[in-house]
Design a protein around this ligand. Structure first.
Ligand code: 5AD
Ligand code: SF4
Length: 462
């Protein structure tokens, strides 16, 4: 079903006369890099219409909330924020509030019905129409427009103008949507079927970014290894491994990262492309989710713990100095002490450099939400704390091996805590704090002097 109101062609197709010259906008983003990237595009569209960013919602004519629904706490945070905005809007006549993103896509009534001070509710498939929707709401009153599917390439975030947060790094969308069916995950329901962007379009964007001073790109997709399955070029399917090599060969691009591959589809050809393309960083985010085969099967992940560990070993063999991070869910329905022990064993064997650990959160509409044997909160918390302690210990050991080594970093900017220090990132993606003032975007060789579980400290060579 598609619920929409015809408002003419998408904003990006016709030249617009900027109608909101000088108005301020404020965007609050919840959730993942995909959402961060969508928000950059929304900012780009608003700026194309004459608007300027402001640093607080109190100063804004338009406030956009880009929402997430992957776990329950994201929902709760959004509710709190919406409540605060209601009070601000009361004192600001003419202010417009728009709520977009995954939670809006999933729960249109929940937002529009519960918060009558919201002017526009839009979904993940019509981000490109945000300005039209705001205009419509200004004239006709609140509007909800949720499309069930992406209708056109305009909706691909990278096809829109962007206001990027950093002039040196950029996200580049290569696929949207996901064709997998992990039983805990709401993403397929909100982001839809997988659509790949054509390699020529991706490369054109990367070249353009490089010309504008970007040296690091991160390729984004829910399952980058299935890139190209829906495309055919000259009789063959484009492969992610080839795309990595081609992006890595673009003049001016010094670092290529990507997120995320799915372990079931991660193969030698991609590892070889990583090893053989100097610009592609030695960094892999490979979500394990659980170390128990029983739970992995119930999650529909399509691999066993042993198979995952084999692929990880293959990656380490092929790519020297690889830094690996993962995602793990604790307390999936039916997880016993034995299943959880298997997760701890897998983590101990994998020796990840970092892990994003999550407490299972039932998402209405997903198969896992109605499974028997939901694990009590207190049990999840206790297992979660043990997992975090183990990973912190391993992460610290992994980072300690780097003390004394000299690594190339790219400077991100002054540290938030200490002005005499800059925050930078290694090729492996680890944050490294360096003494001294160095311009954002510059590349330095830094000797690591200290290690912590989640970051490194270092100083420049004399
Ligand atoms: N509960 C907890 N964690 C989840 N994730 C996705 N869905 C859920 C859920 N329902 C985690 C997975 C995924 C990451 C982005 O979020 O680990 O890899
Ligand atoms: Fe969700 Fe699984 Fe698709 Fe990742 S691969 S977005 S966890 S369904």
């Amino acid at each position: 079903m598609t619920e929409t109101i015809a408002l003419g062609t998408p904003a990006v197709r016709r030249p617009r006369i900027p109608t909101r010259q000088g108005q301020g906008y404020f965007i609050r983003t919840f959730g993942c890099q995909m959402n961060e990237h969508d928000s950059e595009r929304i900012a780009g569209l608003l700026e194309a219409d004459g608007m300027v960013p402001v640093d607080r919602p109190e100063r804004a004519d338009v406030v956009i909330l880009n929402t997430c629904t992957i776990r329950e706490n994201a929902d709760e945070r959004l509710r709190g924020y919406l409540g605060a905005l209601r009070a601000i809007k009361r004192d600001h006549t003419g202010m417009q509030i728009a709520v977009g993103g995954c939670m809006a896509q999933k729960d249109r009534e929940g937002i529009a019905g519960g918060a009558e001070w919201v002017d526009v509710v839009f979904g993940t498939h019509n981000t490109h129409r945000v300005v039209d929707l705001l205009d419509h709401a200004a004239e006709w009153g609140p509007i909800t427009e949720i499309l069930d599917e992406t209708e056109s390439v305009e909706a691909m975030p990278s096809a829109l103008p962007a206001h990027r947060r950093s002039p040196h790094t950029a996200w580049v969308t290569i696929t949207i949507g996901c064709n997998n069916s992990c039983t805990f995950c709401i993403v397929p329901a909100v982001r839809g079927r997988e659509i790949s962007r054509r390699p020529g379009d991706i490369l054109a964007e990367v070249r353009q970014l490089a010309e504008s001073g970007v040296t690091e790109v991160t390729l984004l997709g829910q399952n980058v290894n299935s890139y190209g399955r829906d495309l055919e070029l000259n009789g063959r399917r484009p492969l992610f491994a080839d795309l990595l090599r081609r992006v890595g060969a673009v003049d001016g691009i010094r670092r290529v990262r990507y997120t995320s591959p799915h372990p079931k589809d991660f193969r030698e050809d991609v590892a070889a492309a990583m090893a053989e393309t100097p610009a592609v960083c030695e960094q892999l985010h490979l979500p394990l989710q659980s170390g128990s085969d029983r739970i992995l099967a119930a999650m529909h992940r399509g691999y066993s713990a042993a198979r995952y560990l084999e692929k990880l070993a293959m990656a380490h063999r092929t790519i020297a100095d690889l830094t690996v991070s993962t995602d793990i869910i604790v307390g999936f329905p039916g997880e016993t002490d034995e299943d959880f022990a298997a997760t701890l064993d897998a983590v101990a064997e994998a020796r990840f450099d970092g892990a994003f650990t999550f407490q299972y959160s039932p998402r209405p509409g997903t198969p896992a939400a109605t499974m028997d044997d939901q694990v009590p909160r207190a049990v999840i918390q206790e297992r979660f704390d043990r997992l975090v302690a183990l990973q912190n210990y391993i992460g610290l050991q992994r980072n300690q091996r780097l003390v004394g080594r000299t690594l190339e970093v790219m400077v991100e900017g002054p540290s938030r805590k200490d002005e005499a220090v800059v925050t930078s990132r290694t090729r492996g993606g680890l944050p490294l704090h360096v003494d001294g003032k160095h311009p954002a975007g510059s590349y330095l060789d830094v000797t690591v002097t200290r290690a912590a579980p989640h970051h490194l400290l270092g100083s420049r060579l004399p």
